[in-house]
Write a protein that binds this ligand. Sequence first.
Ligand code: AMP
Length: 300
Amino acid sequence: MADLLVFGSIAYDCIETPTASEDYILGGSASYAALAASYFAPVKISGIVGADFKPSDLERFRARQINISGLEYSGKPTFFWRGRYHDNFNSRDTLELRLNAFEGYVPQLPPSCADAEYVLLGNISPDHQKKVLESVKNPKFVVLDTMNFWIETALDSLVEMVGRADLFIVNDSEAKMLSQERNIILAGRKLRKMCPGAVIVKTGEYGAMLFHKDGFFVVPAYPVSDLHDPTGAGDSFAGALAGYLAGIEKTDFASIKKAMVYGAATASITVESFSCYKLEMTGRQEIERRAKYIKEISQF
Ligand code: AMP
């Protein structure tokens, strides 16, 4: 098994869904992704947390054997995000975003993280992603995630990072925004020209599409009926996928297809609770069960 380095936001979130709300709960792309990946490979998490970061939240990473030597600590508050979901749970508004500890942060990777071969650059500023990638000695496979905020505010840096990734993951509306295409297939194909390796376009509750030089693939989502909070689904998908590839140390078309099934299975667990509660409690066995079910429902 190879180590996976996960970099991204580590946040406190305030979230309103149509049926419930929770305040100051652990979130952030790196938190979800690292916890998801921890079921598949040894994980090292990197990013910065603030003075308000609770020791009990650090313990949640340790409890899943995640190496936290790459975490940095700031005197400022932890990254903060407030989001509200629309009635369909599919779309959401960012009501407040405070970079806090990430403002002016220059990531310094310790040697323990710099030798990771598999790297997941989770959703955060592309300038931070670039700095981290440049500190990794010999990256073998780099997965890149982003969101609309960075497409709108840091387009040039983001395009540069897309060109340096082996696998770029975006959701459907971001794919259309970045490619300036209305059709999702055309958007995926255009993004593949920007990312030399492969592109995955996530389509929320419908699954995800892979645009790869060796072919096209679609994975359905696991059918969730107990939806509580969609936050972190994309990060969990990316984390489980990157963790699976690091775990088997393979990155070919067939392996990425299998990794997408594990990504979809793991993401379906995340959305059944707020924060990472259900993700961190559910074992590999339940992920395997859901992955098997996804396989069954996609064969005919
Ligand atoms: P997802 O639902 O997978 O898109 O991820 C949601 C998580 O991303 C939340 O826990 C937020 O704290 C975090 N987040 C929101 N906006 C940003 C941003 N601009 N950069 C990095 N992380 C963000």
